[in-house]
Design a protein. Sequence first.
Length: 359
Amino acid sequence: MPSIWKAAVEELDRGRDFILATILAVKGSSPRHVGTRFLVRGDGDIVGTIGGGLFEANVQDFARLALQSKTSHRALFSFTGRDADSHEMICGGEAEVLIEFVASGDRIREDIFRRLLEMTGERTSGFLFTSVSLAAGGTTAEPINHLLLDQQGKRMGGFLQDHDALRAMPQTRSLKPAQILDATGLEHPVFLEWIRSRGTVYIFGAGHVGISVAHLAAYVDFRVIVADDRDEFSNSRRIPDADRTLVLDSFHHAFSGLEIDEDSYVVIVTRGHAHDKSVLTQALGTNAGYIGMIGSRRKTGLIFQALLEEGFTKDDLQRVHAPIGLPIGGETPEEIGVSILAQMIAVRNRKDQIGRAGD
């Protein structure tokens, strides 16, 4: 998603109109979830994807027409019979898509998109409200309105009065339609999103595997922090994909100053068993959403046994993915990195699906 907001800001900076296409609802099978977006430029190029295939091609064609007519739409795309069978994208289902025309010179939305870009860069979170007052299948030449609030409900830009928007403040992470009052007291349907970081991975160990994990994690939109006790290993020159590189005084104080929460992913790939055990002991004292440790089954078994003798429980150890990664038979640092990222993505997607369960 950061690339979408970056592209939106770039298009506005260049004085160009464009289209944002957002999936509002799906019925049946879908390749992407509700809230997925892509941007269509004036020359027809796109940034992002809502699933590819015939579905995306049709939305793209519709977006080009909307760009020419300078109109916004709520469009319903249906796939049945031969189309669904041949493309296997939304098999016999439907998708409702907001086709949003964004005019160059729209300073209100430019401010919104800049703030969204800043939020994703800073890995902060907030709430985006998008007016979708058009009836399904409706068309308008009027701008689609947005409101952006930070995590505490402070207004960061857009339409409406804060107290009205706060009435619809979500209690979960799910994307859902909401009903809120605008400044005139008229009721409009609004699409509500929690804009948030897609997780921070803390990689302990800046060896070959750590570098591979950092590179791949950044590629799939994790925030990446790498820590090691050797400054010649943990530095931005050697690991340019990391958001931060830390040099620890000792692995015995690996988490000092770090903010670990349920959206944190701890990857333990140090150069020795003793360091791995030390980091794991500290990780189990956090509420990290993912903890993984590299090593053979024999090595992890020995470490687990030592932790049990130190007072940890079997439930504690159930939190640990060890040996780390999915069993794809990888041997090289790059292959091991792929197996680790695949497991982390599976955990992240499972969390997102739970968060969207109420949609």
